[in-house]
Write a protein that binds this ligand. Sequence first.
Ligand SMILES: [Zn+2]
Length: 328
Amino acid sequence: MLSPAWISRPDEVNAKVAEWAEAYPQTLLAESRAQFAGYPVWALTVTDRSLDDAAKRKAIILKPHAHEPAPIAAQMNVINQLLTGETLDGQATPLDRDRILRECLLVFMPDANPEGTARAPVEAWDGSQYTNEEFWAWMRGPDPNTGLMWKRVDIYDDREEEVLPTRRGIVYEQIDEHHFVEPNRHHASSLFQWLFELLKRHEGVEMLLDLHQTEFEKSPYNAMVILPCLYDTQPPHLQQYEREWAEAIVAGWAELDGVEPMPEIKPLGYTGEQRQYFVERWGEIYGRYSKLTTEIQNNNPRTPPALQQRMNEVAIRVSIQRLLGAST
Ligand SMILES: [Zn+2]
């Protein structure tokens, strides 16, 4: 049973955004781009809109992958707290919302691929119904020859592939009649289209927080923060900012029961083709912005959905506290 504080299904997200937009026009700007499949991809700007944005501290929070729903639920719950003063299940928020709304401009992109999310067989992956192999076959689609997950590519054309998955992987976003992309690996995705627009619109974005989940197979840990793969080439002030920010998130997680964050904070460890996708698609952004990726365990009874959501909320809350310059 998911908690009433968990909202991740696109129809529920859309209904909640409509309700907020109606009730809180002074503190929420709700904008969407339509995916090829028709679903709205929201960019939700939360700030006191009566105040000039120039002096505000700015962050963009994003969630690329449709098989990783906890970051949607976490963002929805944080936004609800900022707008209403309460969590989605009616608890008073610990956030200093007046100050946050006055001093910060936060853009949340709770779900960059709602069409993928809508095709998932579950709202949350708790490890009780699907093995990781079955889960991965949902993520990239089942290969007809092996039944295991199909391949990971930045983009594919369904007219050109020799072997197509028997069911399209939910991680892939359809961008036209025949092309499908992994959102954080191709600039034609709704994710990148929004990100480029937002970075053009807002001067001085300080933080990009990229929320993910992974399985932590054979790992003693269930959470980690990852620095950009090009960390070593980033300007020193960004490196220092990212390292201190990452340490604060790890410290925040360590206070929760049931969380064992990986203590080492390292750059993304991909090699070969997967690394090249990141260098090509994110390289320019890494040169100009502080960016962290968080990974919370998915599809494992050790980390139930409520805890997945909570850990994502802590990552967001710690990030907001750093924007305010407050100690965490
Ligand atoms: Zn991911």
